[in-house]
Design a protein around this ligand. Structure first.
Ligand code: ZN
Length: 501
């Protein structure tokens, strides 16, 4: 909305103390601190007495909008300046000059600051932890901005802009992303923008995983996609150019097929890693020194619950109560009760279970993800309780982030409906932290709506909680069975074993 950002604090210099000043607000749009690069647009809005002459920076005109353009308002002025190479501005408030009809000159300043980046001194940053991530854009909601993907620690990023709490990262020519300020550390000036030639790969399997190792000369940012039909993992490494003159494929490979690379543009190196199974079991990506290591998970040898390590996540907890029902049922209590019953059911089926919490404690999402790194589960189910403003909305739903893990969410969803709950929907691309891990198939179950009286009654009923736990256990079994059936006839594992002989 046009005026959403107006009404924020305005700082005046010059005639600031003069209550009769014709200036009532100066803001950049968006009204947050910004860093801009050559070619970026600085947008300024001024609210002042109608009919003045207004300009910003060094004489850039501010144009008075007609009331029709400005939602019926008078005295709204806007101007755009495209930052030019060589422009300098060092975290300054934007100065606006106003000449009133009776020739009084007034000066106002924006509430926030702007920096024009000097590209002769590239601004670099490194990721602070291996839970750092890139966002596609500037969006924000309760799940945070839509994530492009996670990064390892100490990955070097070239920053070319800032909008509020997000830095813009130049990934490659024509490609950028955004990184939250709090997941990176700025580097002092004097560094070069990192680029790298790629070395020759090593492709190898050990007793647990298949690996691709690509030597680089710096920890460059990357993006991964787990694709289907055929199942394959695609990794784009930004700032890398091929000098990979061979790819040695050693013994022990069970999941990787005929791997190869592409160079879709001069500064994007792409690993294409075909997988042998139609159901991918995920991967982990990170650096050892400056060598990029792709660790590919294999489907469990025996696709059944017995012996499998399953992670069960009871949503919320402690100070994070979650949703609350009309009769007072709290999400954090319901999820824990259902999670404990699910654990019981899974253990009865012979699975081993790791819980992200077993009591009413606060646990950050990131801590839960970290907790599940060791030991790494084969599957994860996160349990939640849904809520809507409209109390007639009811039913169960399941969520996944990566399309490769959709079959798990779909199996859980179907079995949950078998309890008599209405089907609310199967939701993909879900930008939730516990749908973030790429290392194992995972899904989130929004069991039912606590905001709906009928659903709330079910949710609080221990017998029905047990039924839901049984349904989820069946869902996992069905997923494993489907995976077994889906695996190309006779399992390609056997074929891989033959090739190795
Ligand atoms: Zn929840």
């Amino acid at each position: 909305m046009l005026f959403a950002s107006i009404g924020v604090l305005t700082v005046f210099a010059g005639h600031a103390q003069n209550p009769s000043s014709s200036i009532s607000a100066v803001e950049t749009v968006p009204a947050v601190n910004q860093w801009l690069s050559p070619g970026d647009r600085l947008q300024v809005r001024l609210i002042a007495q109608p009919g003045v002459q207004a300009s910003f920076l060094n004489g850039q005109p501010l144009v008075e909008l007609t009331p029709a353009q400005a939602q019926g308002k008078f005295g709204v002025y806007q101007g755009t300046y495209v930052v030019q190479p060589g422009d300098t501005l060092n975290d300054r408030r934007i100065e606006v000059q106003v000449l009133t009809p009776d020739s009084v000159l007034e000066v106002g300043f924006s509430g926030n600051t702007v920096r024009f980046l000097n590209h002769n001194e590239p601004q670099l940053a490194v990721t602070r932890s291996d839970l750092a991530y890139l966002n596609y854009g500037l969006g924000e909601d309760r799940l945070g901005g839509a994530k492009l993907g996670y990064l390892d620690s100490l990955v070097v990023l070239h920053l070319t802009g800032r909008v509020g709490e997000l830095y813009r990262v130049q990934l490659a020519t024509g490609q950028h992303a955004w990184v939250p300020q709090n997941v990176v550390r700025l580097l002092p000036p004097g560094n070069f923008v990192p680029t790298s030639l790629t070395g020759s790969w090593s492709v190898q399997g050990d007793s647990l995983y298949d690996y691709v190792r690509v030597p680089l000369s710096a920890r460059l940012p990357y993006r991964t996609q787990l694709l289907e039909n055929p199942t394959r993992l695609v990794v784009d490494v930004f700032g890398a150019t091929s000098n990979t003159n061979w790819i040695t494929q050693r013994t022990g490979l069970q999941e990787l097929g005929a791997v190869y690379y592409e160079q879709p543009q001069p500064d994007v190196f792409r690993l294409v890693l075909p997988l042998r199974h139609r159901q991918s079991w995920g991967y982990h990506l990170g650096y050892q020194g400056n060598t990029l290591v792709v660790q590919v998970s294999r489907p469990p040898a025996k696709l059944r619950l017995r012996g499998l390590l399953v992670a069960v996540d009871a949503g919320h907890g402690g100070t994070n109560v979650g949703a609350t029902g009309a009769s007072g049922a709290r999400e954090k209590d319901l999820t824990l009760a259902i999670a404990q019953k699910l654990r019981q059911e899974l253990e009865q089926a012979g699975a081993r279970v790791v819980m992200t919490r077993e009591a009413d404690i606060s646990a950050e999402i990131s801590d839960r993800v970290t907790l599940l790194r060791q030991p790494r589960p084969a599957l994860l189910v996160s349990i939640h309780v849904n809520s809507a403003g409209n109390t007639t909305v009811q039913g169960t739903s399941a969520f996944y982030r990566y399309v490769a893990f959709r079959p798990l969410a779909a199996a859980l969803y179907k079995q949950m409906q078998g309890t008599g709950l209405a089907g609310w929907g199967l939701v993909g691309n879900f930008n939730f932290g516990l749908n973030g891990p790429t290392e194992y198939p995972n899904a989130l179950v929004e069991t039912a709506f606590v905001s709906n009286p009928a659903d709330e009654q079910r949710l609080t009923n221990p017998a029905f909680q047990q039924q839901m736990a049984q349904a989820m256990t069946r869902g996992l079994k069905v997923f494993l069975k489907q995976t077994r059936a889906k695996g190309p006839k006779g399992w390609l594992l056997k074929q891989a074993a033959l090739e190795d002989k």
